[in-house]
Design a protein around this ligand. Structure first.
Ligand SMILES: [Zn+2]
Length: 193
């Protein structure tokens, strides 16, 4: 049945204090959480913003990907590209798999969806084969841009604090990789695609 956005917001506030702040989660005590629990205050939860503002590439907004279709491409075929970040990441590897055509996940036809599956498995396998990678996470958020972009994020082997969904946050905390290391690993992964 679901809840309306207003109903969900009212429900969420039942867990918050008078300022609308939810409590610091139990996860703040886990070793994978990047910050010390005592230093944290959760932001007041803002009410729903509806209709939602358009993402990059929808609702009349130009798509930055389609404007520069070769930007950062390290591998491609007629339908898909693998792209790098302009500056090296903090984690040992990040790349994004994207369709060349302006499509979001739910707009892929079955042939494109099947090819995406094959490419994601190749990508995961290739990144996992790089030296120093403990595991590879495949993520799709899509709140910023309407042009489908799937992230492959490599976790450094042995750094058990970096396990799980906080890896993207740790990426922002870590200093950038040396460019020559990132470039060499991108070339290895591209050759395996
Ligand atoms: Zn696009």
């Amino acid at each position: 049945m679901g809840m309306t956005p207003e109903e969900f917001y009212a429900h969420a506030l039942t867990g918050a204090d008078a300022e609308g702040r939810l409590p610091v989660p139990d996860q703040a005590g886990w070793e994978i959480f990047p910050f010390e629990a005592g230093s944290l205050q959760v932001k007041p939860l803002e009410p729903p913003s509806l209709p939602e503002p358009p993402r990059n590439g929808e609702g009349g907004q130009p798509c930055s990907r389609c404007a520069e279709p070769e930007r950062g491409v390290v591998w491609g075929n007629d339908r898909w590209v693998l792209t790098r970040f302009a500056t090296p990441p903090g984690v040992p590897f990040i790349a994004m798999l994207m369709p060349r055509e302006h499509l979001d996940l739910g707009e892929l036809d079955e042939a494109m969806a099947a090819e995406m599956g094959v490419l994601l498995v190749r990508l995961e396998r290739a990144v996992r084969g790089l030296p120093g990678i403990g595991r590879v996470h495949i993520n799709r958020w899509g709140d910023g841009g309407a042009h489908l972009h799937l992230f492959a994020i490599g976790r450094p082997a042995g750094l058990m604090q970096l396990r799980g969904s906080n890896l993207a946050l740790w990426d922002d905390l870590l200093p950038p990789l040396p460019e020559h290391v990132y470039a060499a690993d991108l070339a290895t992964v591209a050759a395996a695609m």
